[in-house]
Design a protein around this ligand. Sequence first.
Ligand code: PEP
Ligand code: MG
Length: 756
Amino acid sequence: MRDTAAGPRTLLRRLRELMAEALEPQERLDRIVREIAQNMVAEVCSLYVLRADSVLELYATEGLNPGAVHLAQLRLGQGLVGTIAASARPLNLSDAQKHPAFAYLPETGEEIYHSFLGVPVLRAGRTLGVLVVQNKTMRQYREDELEALETTAMVIAEMVATGDLVRLTRPGLELDLSRPVSLTGMSLNEGVGLGHVVLHEPRIVVTNLFNEDSEEELARMEEALGSLRLSIDDMLSRREVAFEGEHREVLEAYRMFANDRGWVRRLEEAIRNGLTAEAAVEKVQSDMRARMLHMTDPYLRERMSDFDDLANRLLRQLMGRGPEAIAASLPRDAIIVARSMGAAELLDYPRDRLRGLVLEEGAVTSHVVIVGRAMGIPVTGQMKGAVSMSENGDAIIIDGDEGIVHLRPQADVEAAYAEKVRFRARRQKLYRELRGLPSATKDGVAIDLMMNAGLAVDLPQLAESGAAGIGLFRTELQFMVVSAFPRAEAQERLYRDVLDAAKGKPVTFRTIDIGGDKVLPYFKGVAQEENPALGWRAIRLTLDRPGLLRTQMRALLKAAGGRELRVMLPMVSEIAEIRQAREIIDREVRHLSRFAHHLPTSLKLGAMIEVPSLLWQLEELMQAVDFVSVGSNDLFQFVMATDRGNTQLADRFDPISVPFMRLLRQIADMGRETNTSVTLCGELAGRPLSAMALLGVGYRSISMSPAAIGPVKAMLRELDVGKLTAFLDETLNAPTCEKNLRAMLQQYAEENEIPL
Ligand code: PEP
Ligand code: MG
């Protein structure tokens, strides 16, 4: 009887020798299939490779008609070979012709073969081809033979992935691996980037496939698994995850998998068959991924991703590759592709090399997305399959405006996008030239263009954009990108850095606006709310937990020693909230002055107008504060009862409408009447058309993302605001609301040559 373990080992040894020899690719393939056939005592061994046009082409055969090589073809899903490729699963048949999918290719002369064993050639869960052995007799192939064929297929996958076979493709045809792919997901930050794929959790290219000594490899694997388990236990015991929550669940899953006997057994088996520990991880993972691809249960698919992450960790453990080595090899035009990522991990990449971020998950409010936006790179999310479809170094285009990604784009697509990027760059240059010019309308009305910010990475934008100051500093972002409450010193340091960077320009700090969609995973006590937007959030939460506000105020007061401090309260619904907050703030001022701290030269307190109730107490409100700022994002959501994060409703109602503009005008008018400074800091301020409407109804200060300042300034310098106000007043004062105000304003801009 044949030694079942010796077969695969001998085969792998022979393959290693063949890979090392200086052979032409076709010759190498021919010898590989011959070697497999011999080793497995099969009369036939054939390799089919998947082309970009979804056709499987016979690339090499031992036993079938050699004249059929590069001629015999099967479509994906057609015949047994096509079925294997489509399902990414092996087929082991003692009588192949009885199988319903059997398709006879006359050119191959395969009608005399009965038994059939075929396995997919897989890489990172993608099918690249199919490897088949056949025998005349009706035999059932053994499990170890299947294993051996799968392992061999992995070697071939490497040849395909490294481009070895490209020279064998006929002109005009391409292999599936180099096929251009366009993925559609969700736009999370606008902008366009051309560059090269950097897999965030790099699929480590396992180049050293065959082991010299399985015992040694088994020992390496055991050691790596041991440290992996330890590191998971360590992560689980850390303070920041020592509570319930998503992060903990993921880690629990890791721990479970790291101890999964089936997984470990498959890894060991692959090593015993002759693979290195690294190659074993890659093989087991690739098989598993391919099988899971067809699972529809979202829970299991999610767990598969956890398994993937774990396999990557194990690979890194085995190869001893740290994040430093990865950053050093980063291309100058990196587009990061990841399943998901922590905010801090994105900050680890050098900003000047980043051209975009593609996430398989990700939502508008994900922390990493917030950071991506702050870094000013295009971001797309919900890109299913992005990770397994890309290879490190692939050409890629990210279109953050449309939420599209083009992988390995064709020349015409690339040219179109390159033009788009050049056009943007030209416009940016134009905006930079505007930076030094006064921000005033054509009829001489000065307008304060401020920027919104929230993280230290935003600060360089203050000088670059030419903003008059920071109109909204979202302090909660610092809380959102970390895994535990930032300490008082860290808060103070950030606020001081912000004020230093502002060099005397005004900065309005908003006290933490958490709750609603801005959740802090480490903040206990927030119950599941039925309507989080209307729930326990922002000023409501900070008044109930005054410790939070006290710490933050103390940090702000200290950071602003010797300078002006402007503080703004979010989500105010009634005047009493301002009074209560003021009491807390006053107490902090008294406390600090008692200990002879250097205090701010002045303290201005403002409120955001986001809750409609304030509209019926506007005069009182303005008397109670030093300034107000309209949060049009929330105000519009509450006025129209339309969830700001619901994409289904995103275009349903237009803020540039008669009723909403009437309302905004009323606020601006009251500001003038009571001599209170009024700003607007929602997204409305950042689009030239809506910014124009805002100036038309009386706003003289607006705050927006830094990238919007150039376009808005270009607009206002061509605007006669007096004339626009007369036009708008007439429209808004007329008794009918049913007008397409947006279209009217667009036409107005066109007629008056105002660039939008
Ligand atoms: C707003 O609501 O308009 C606003 C500026 O605040 P945020 O977007 O942070 O809720
Ligand atoms: Mg808001």
